[in-house]
Design a binder for this molecule. Structure first.
Ligand SMILES: Cc1ncc(COP(=O)(O)O)c(C=O)c1O
Length: 387
């Protein structure tokens, strides 16, 4: 069931249907760019110029100037041969798998905690699927040995959706055979981590022609769309995939919005530093409350934790809303429990906003929670935190 809708938002707050505005720590607008005045203006101006949709596939009549420009700029940003624009991140994985299957890959070897779009995409492309235990090198080695002489596409999130854990891409890459590929779904890393926001692959310090990057453009860039990026011959195959050829591209206005987000990010790399500082601040606070382990993976903008049994967490979620904070309690695969708090910060959150949330959380955890029947039946933010 969808979450209770919000009626308005800016980068750090949402207005609920009842008119209350609360500070929000959910969603994937990691750089705050979805609400940036220049990004919104770029979209509005492009909408005036191009209308709402390009109304046809790019291979027929739907290719607009911003689509071509965005592809070139993303390729330059990611330092790859070519980037292919597709309608969204889900279709980016499908296009990548269809393209890599056409290039001769036979098997998808997928991290057990990878986003559900990856097995879906593999099935659509006719790749045989096997899984390896999350981030477990020995398990990956066994899975790869079992598929030989097949050619593998090893698949992982760059930053795991549910809890923000960064993948060990260098270790995965080390296990590839010369004709294998490493598909990095960087929906939660692109724009947010790595030098200048160049994503998980740059963050890992690796550069290899066997890497294919896929991502949504709806998260770190705050617009809409998807991208597949890599070397010329692979991306040329992806550009023949049904998922690309037979779909309408993102609106030219969204391409212009993404171009503007990218330009802002490149002109001001301190935006990434602010996000990193915010992520560290959140991590330190949650560790001091005992909600995250002292020793863990490096902090990213996402933190996942539980505070007790489900009923208590639902009460806490509602109590925090009363205090003026939307802290999403979500049910989503890959978290520390079936239902868990997924706290995400973005580059626009101030240290004060973060400290206020942490203070409210600490106070509520040590204070008795209100009676269950005094609280709203539905979690106002569940389900909208992760895409
Ligand atoms: C890791 C991951 N891959 C793919 C997708 C799909 O992207 P989109 O929503 O742009 O289709 C999402 C979520 O939206 C995601 O979190």
């Amino acid at each position: 069931m969808p979450a209770t809708p919000f009626a308005a938002c800016d980068a750090t707050s949402i207005t609920l249907a009842d008119g209350r505005t609360v500070t929000a720590f959910g969603g994937c607008n990691y750089m705050g760019l979805s609400n940036h005045p220049r990004v919104r203006r770029a979209a509005a101006e492009a909408m005036e110029r191009y209308g709402l949709s390009s109304t046809a596939s790019r291979e027929t009549t739907g290719n607009a100037v911003p689509h071509d420009l965005l592809e070139a700029e993303l390729a330059h940003f990611l330092r790859v041969d070519r980037a292919l624009l597709v309608p969204d991140g889900y279709l980016a994985n499908i296009s990548a798998c269809q393209g890599l299957a056409a290039a001769g890959c036979t098997h998808a070897v997928i991290d057990s905690r990878a986003h559900s779009s990856m097995p879906d995409a593999s099935r659509t492309a006719g790749l045989a699927i096997s899984r390896f235990e999350h981030a477990d090198q020995a398990s990956l080695a066994r899975a790869l040995a079992a598929i030989r002489p097949g050619r593998a596409v090893v698949m992982t999130d760059g930053v795991f959706t549910a809890d923000g854990e960064p993948a060990h891409l260098d270790e995965l890459l080390n296990q590839l055979a010369p004709d294998d590929r490493l598909l990095v779904d960087d929906c939660h890393g692109l724009a947010a981590i790595g030098p200048g926001g160049r994503g998980s692959v740059a963050h890992a310090g690796i550069d290899d022609p066997r890497i294919v990057i896929t991502s949504s453009l709806a998260k770190g860039f705050g617009a809409a769309g998807g991208v597949v990026a890599g070397r010329h011959d692979d991306i040329a195959r992806c550009a023949r995939a049904v998922a690309y050829v037979c779909t309408t591209p993102i609106a030219p206005a969204m391409a212009e919005a993404t171009r503007t987000s990218l330009a802002i990010l490149q002109a001001d790399p301190t935006r990434v530093d602010r996000l990193t500082a915010n992520a560290k601040r959140v991590r330190a606070g949650l560790v001091s409350m005992g909600l995250l382990p002292r020793v863990g993976t490096p902090p990213t903008q996402i933190a996942a934790f539980i505070t007790g049994p489900l009923a208590e967490m639902q009460q806490l979620n509602a109590a925090l809303l009363t205090d003026g904070f939307a802290l999403p309690l979500i049910r989503y695969p890959g978290g520390p429990a079936e239902t868990f708090f997924r706290l995400s910060v973005n580059a626009e959150h101030t240290p004060r906003q973060i400290d206020d949330l942490l203070g409210a959380l600490a106070a509520r955890i040590s204070a008795p929670l209100p009676a269950r029947d005094a609280l709203p039946a539905r979690n106002p933010s569940a389900g909208c935190a992760v895409g």
